[in-house]
Design a protein around this ligand. Structure first.
Ligand SMILES: Nc1ncnc2c1ncn2[C@@H]1O[C@H](COP(=O)(O)OP(=O)(O)OP(=O)(O)O)[C@@H](O)[C@H]1O
Length: 283
């Protein structure tokens, strides 16, 4: 993958760019879904003597959900942030990252960080619309209205239609996470990288938003990091556990049933296997 691939939102966040001053033309989305193959991945932070990741082989199929589990601190977020091109000046990386089809746009990845990264001075609605502010010409009033409607509809779908004008500080942690999810869904990118997107939600909201995200991200290539084996089993077409020090990835077979899965005996068995693997990694 071209190392210049970048998360537009995360980059804009760090750049702190004023909302209305940028008038870039949108980068055309890729026509087909993208697969990502990582072979022999190695990652070491510049300020660390030890590698965080080594010998990592992961195949991320196009247009499907790949879920990654692993003990806290094993390097899951580091991998995702590296793929989102957010660690370029902080780590040494070795290993091949190939996408199919190959692409070199900076603007094909949506990244939802572990922290919600909402702009504190923008309303929930403006946060959801944030990425679009950089792609729509100021004169395109009709398109702006369509995007506004879409953002509103997404806020409604995540259960926050009545909170569109609230600032992040007026929302609970779970509500902020839902705004961040709506913002990710708003972006319509072929690759979606999500780091524990449902972690702050109660069980029912989590279940509903998993279904919503699944439905709205049909045909996208999704990588989901989670600490919840059940969530991974529900959603994964491919499932990996990162383990060891430095971490590598082990692929586990998932049931043949249709995702999002209803939990059955096979899922329960896989959950036990995952728990055993995770527990072993703490020893
Ligand atoms: N900027 C940094 N500089 C040096 N080391 C870092 C940096 N960021 C993270 N690390 C280290 O890299 C390792 C992996 O961290 P990472 O956040 O990727 O883990 P994780 O698997 O996502 O954990 P969690 O599940 O708790 O979110 C940890 O040991 C962490 O201390």
């Amino acid at each position: 993958m071209d190392r210049s691939i970048i998360s537009s939102v995360a980059t804009l966040m760090s750049a702190n760019t004023p909302l209305m001053s940028v008038n870039r033309q949108p980068v055309p989305a890729l026509k087909s879904a993208v697969s990502i193959d990582i072979a022999g991945g190695y990652l070491r932070y510049h300020d660390s003597a030890e590698a965080t990741i080594a010998g990592l082989n992961i195949r991320i199929p196009a247009g499907a959900w790949t879920c990654i589990l692993g003990r806290s601190g094993c390097g899951k977020s580091s991998l995702l942030r590296y793929l989102a091109n957010l660690l370029e000046d902080k780590v040494d990386w070795a290993g091949a990252v190939n996408t199919q089809p190959a692409f070199d746009s900076k603007d094909q990845i949506a990244y939802m960080a572990q922290q919600d990264l909402l702009m504190p001075w923008l309303s929930a609605l403006d946060n959801v619309m944030l990425s679009t502010k950089f792609g729509v010409a100021a004169s395109s009033t009709k398109k702006t209205h369509l995007l506004f409607d879409k953002a509103h509809a997404l806020l409604q779908k995540v259960g926050l239609g009545d909170k569109a004008n609230y600032l992040p500080q007026q929302l609970s942690g779970g509500m902020r996470q839902r705004v961040a999810l709506a913002r990710t869904l708003m972006q319509d990118k072929p690759i979606v990288l999500m780091d524990e997107p449902f972690s702050a939600l109660d069980a029912v909201t989590r279940y509903r938003l998993q279904n919503l995200a699944y439905q709205l991200l049909q045909d996208k290539t999704v990588v989901l990091i989670t600490h919840d084996p059940q969530e991974a089993i529900r959603l994964a077409s491919r499932l990996y556990i990162m383990q060891g020090r430095p971490a590598y990835a082990e692929s586990l077979s998932v049931p043949a049933s249709v995702t999002p899965r209803n939990f059955d005996a096979e899922c329960a068995e896989l959950q036990q296997t995952i728990m055993d693997r995770l527990e072993q990694d703490y020893e």
